[in-house]
Design a protein around this ligand. Sequence first.
Ligand SMILES: [Ca+2]
Ligand SMILES: [Ca+2]
Ligand SMILES: [Ca+2]
Length: 209
Amino acid sequence: MTEDIYQNFPQGKDDRHPKGGICHRVITGTLGLLCVVLLTIVIVPAMRLTLCASERDLLQTNLKILQNNVSVWLSGLERRLREGWMLYNVSLYYISTEKGSWDEAKEDCQKKAAHLVIINNRNEQEFLANKQKEFWIGLTDKDKEGDWKWVDGTVLTTQFWDELQPTNDGGNEHCAETRPRAYITNWNDVPCSTPNIWVCEKSNTLANV
Ligand SMILES: [Ca+2]
Ligand SMILES: [Ca+2]
Ligand SMILES: [Ca+2]
């Protein structure tokens, strides 16, 4: 006779391994915990690595663009310096070798993708005054007597007129030039048709070199 060892247990479909048993819950809980651990130590770092890789690629692309721009800018700057342009602060300057009227000077600068020099501050004035030359600057009162404006249309604020200037002699002095002086205030107004050399200016940027 075989003894039914389960005879004292309640009879059911599978009463030896009840669904809600402790074992089942422990296994399920452990598996859940393992999933969380796996997610934490494997998947999240992997996602971070993917993000880092894409950020690294973007940085490398931007770095290449930057290196290329610097290279283009440097070669352009070298070419301008060979052509006779001078670099000072944020601008390039070109002193013409020929003479012409103020309008001819303005036109020549435009052909060079530049403009007749606009003197924005004392440092720039000192730099130009040290050249000790008589040349056109981009300042005129042609449109309205006494209303001096730069070639870009901005109103004159910081001024470096020579003593007693501007005089508007003969009612015909509407363009400004520099004079060779030992001091910084060296501007003078003269007739715009006066033959003079001139100074062109352009920004020392990638777009301009
Ligand atoms: Ca300037
Ligand atoms: Ca005038
Ligand atoms: Ca004058």
